[in-house]
Design a protein around this ligand. Structure first.
Ligand code: ADP
Length: 264
């Protein structure tokens, strides 16, 4: 099998040496073209994983590597070019006066030539379904549209890894659906290792693999339907399997596949 894009090896982390470990011996690998959903209740360590992945934090034990390159103080600036992140609050992610200025911003910082920038603005806005909004002022957009522009801005600098950390948490159901649809499309068209972090189990149905975090440890890992079939155990660690999803998992177990796995 090809080399993983992301490798976490026996990673332990605590914010302070007087505080408990918030990640305990966590190991996983993620490959190109793979969509992995990381789920877990609040405080289980999901965001800490995201921050370790782009070098905002460094682990006290273990090793994290991107494309075989370990993340450390020397490599961190290069690594950040490879790892794009989209966060929870759509309003905190805008710097430009128009959508196109915003998408251009990260590229300007990297000295990408004007012509290439134009091309990438077009391509990435098309990829997130926002091609018609190039000249729109960000404050006129809905939450879901803002997050789609945030994704385009990250994609414009061609990362190898895209992480969405609770990127739908502040959106209404329609905005969430927009983002999940966008993510599913991207995964098919871009060569990315994609991580979505969420506490909402609706959002993992389409992922290739699910990592379940609990109290700083990997509690389980598998296909969405394998994870969903453990409804009662999940409930004990604070995760509610949506009724419709549990039903779909149950039907699949009995050989009845739904044509499209329901999102909402
Ligand atoms: P999640 O994303 O799953 O909600 P986090 O990774 O944010 O979990 O948090 C894991 C644990 O680390 C929690 O117990 C949280 O209180 C603690 N924590 C998070 N950020 C900090 C910080 N800056 N300083 C100290 N403890 C923190």
């Amino acid at each position: 099998m090809a080399k993983p894009v992301i490798s976490f090896q026996n990673v332990s982390f605590r914010y302070d040496e007087n505080q408990p470990w918030v990640l305990k011996n966590v190991s996983f690998e993620i490959h190109k073209n793979e969509w992995v959903a990381i789920i877990g209740h609040n405080g289980s360590g999901k965001s800490t994983i995201a921050k370790l992945l782009n070098g905002l934090l460094f682990p006290q034990k273990g090793e994290i590597a991107i494309n075989g390159k370990p993340i450390n103080e020397e490599t961190v600036w290069d690594i950040r070019k490879e790892v794009g992140m989209v966060f929870q609050n759509p309003d905190n992610q805008f710097v430009g006066a128009t959508v196109q200025d915003d998408v251009a911003f990260g590229m300007e910082n990297r000295g990408i030539p004007r012509e290439e920038m134009e091309k990438r603005i077009d391509e990435t806005l098309q990829a997130v379904g926002m091609g018609e909004y190039r000249l729109t002022e960000p404050h006129r957009l809905s939450g879901g549209q803002k997050q789609r522009v945030a994704i385009a801005s990250v994609l414009a600098v061609s990362p190898e890894v895209l992480i969405l950390d609770e990127a739908t948490a502040m959106l209404d159901p329609r905005g969430r659906e927009e983002i999940m649809h966008t993510v599913a499309n991207l995964q098919q068209s871009k060569e990315l290792a994609l991580i979505t972090i969420t506490h909402d189990l609706h959002e993992v149905v389409q992922a290739d693999r699910v990592i379940v975090m609990n109290e700083g440890e990997i509690w389980d890992e598998g296909l969405p339907r394998e994870i969903f079939s453990k409804k009662d155990e999940l409930q004990k660690i604070g995760l509610d399997v949506p009724f419709i999803t549990a039903l779909a998992a149950e039907l699949q177990k009995n050989g009845i596949a739904l044509q499209r796995e329901p999102l909402y």
